[in-house]
Design a protein around this ligand. Structure first.
Ligand code: BDR
Ligand code: CA
Length: 374
């Protein structure tokens, strides 16, 4: 028997269906909004960094930029080059080469200052070595004649011309402009001598409060120096610049010196993990370190700058740090370039910095391997 639907029932059903559809529509809208907020805040959460480096192939400076460039939470705004381990011309060629291999033409490279601040430092190096009793004969790029240009270095070492070019702006101006364009957001990571940053803060002191943080690879406090008995290489190469920087009231300063870096060494196990994949980076590692490990399986090496990169990516890696007033000795004598730390107030003009002593070693190597095998 046909029972007709009561008149009002059909209307109610249609009404409740349309209410349901509206609800669904609102839920979808809310989900899209949430997704957009999440995407946006993950973009905002990216740590913006500039690496200021005396660049080499792999080792530590090269691996440091690879780790930062490959990490999804980091935005590598640029690589500024300074003389130290390598001349600016060499460092520029090495930075361009590695960015080519990584296929990252979007990361700018800027040529920086070619000599340390102290007048005649390069010219009087031999006398200095005799006078100050150097621990080793290692004096970085001072050992070699300065190449005429990065193009010459590239041609000699890699053949042909790079496909990438440095930006048409000096590293010091690049630092100033980029910090100003991102107020309160940029972490500067000097993993070479501090000459570029020192000149930047002299030229534009207004950037001091605009920097988020400075993370130095430099200094040796409770550990002997690696270049003279007193001094670590980066701060020894340009003590005046390092002193100017650490005495600057940046909002936050972190010192990743030999005290922490000399505790961890790259070895065959780590090499095997990095070269277990088939990527251009793994190939570079195979070429550079394969022969070393074949010659001596117990071969190890320090990876200083990569520790600085790692703690920028993941500050929870830090397991021991001490806050001290930090300074750098610039008296031209046996202690030239020595790092100084004061637990009570330091001399006038010194600032507080966090000095690192230990990190979580296992997680550090895991992070490095992850970033190099992507
Ligand atoms: C530091 O000196 C440079 O040669 C290394 O790359 C590192 O930045 C270690 O003393
Ligand atoms: Ca370096």
């Amino acid at each position: 028997m046909y029972i007709p639907e009561p008149l009002g029932f059909g209307i109610d059903k249609r009404r409740s269906e349309s209410v349901l559809a509206m609800k669904r529509f609102h839920i979808v809208l809310a989900a899209i909004a949430l997704l957009l907020v999440a995407l946006n805040s993950s973009a905002e959460a990216k740590e913006k960094v500039i690496v200021d480096s005396d660049m080499v192939i792999l080792y530590d400076d090269g691996v440091a930029i690879m780790m930062l460039a490959n990490h999804p939470d980091v935005e590598l705004l640029g690589v500024t080059i300074v003389s130290g381990n390598t001349w600016v011309a060499e460092g520029t060629a090495y930075a361009l080469r590695q960015l080519e291999v990584m296929n990252r033409p979007d990361i700018p490279v800027a040529l920086g200052v070619r000599y340390p601040l102290r007048a005649g430092r390069y010219e009087t190096m031999e006398v200095e070595r005799t006078m100050f009793g150097y621990r080793s004969s290692y004096i970085g790029c001072f050992r070699r004649v300065e190449p005429a240009s990065y193009l010459d270095v590239y041609r000699t070492e890699f053949g042909g011309k790079p496909t990438l070019k440095p930006v048409d702006k000096h590293a010091v101006n690049f630092l100033i402009d980029t910090i100003k364009a991102n107020p309160g957001e940029v972490t500067v990571i000097p993993i070479g001598p501090c000459t570029n940053l020192a000149i930047a803060i002299r030229m534009a002191p207004e950037i001091i409060g605009l920097v988020k943080r400075v993370v130095y690879m430099g200094g040796a406090f409770d550990t002997p120096g690696n270049t003279t008995p007193a001094a670590e290489f980066n701060w020894w190469f340009d003590p005046e610049a390092a002193k100017m920087c650490v005495r600057t009231p940046f909002p936050d300063q972190l010192v990743v010196g030999l005290d922490v870096c000399e505790k961890y060494r790259f070895n065959k196990k780590i090499f095997a993990r990095i070269t277990a994949v088939n990527t251009p980076i793994a190939e570079m590692f195979r070429k550079k370190y394969g022969p070393e490990f074949r010659k001596d399986p117990s071969y190890t090496r320090l990876v200083w700058d990569t520790v600085a990169a790692a703690v920028v990516i993941d500050p929870t890696l830090i397991t021991e740090e001490k806050t001290r007033w930090v300074d750098v000795n610039s008296d031209y004598g046996l202690d030239y370039g020595r790092s100084l730390a004061y637990s009570k107030r330091g001399p006038a003009g010194t600032q507080k910095a966090r000095i690192l002593f230990t990190i979580d070693e296992e997680r550090f190597w895991n992070l490095m391997v992850d970033m190099l095998t992507k």
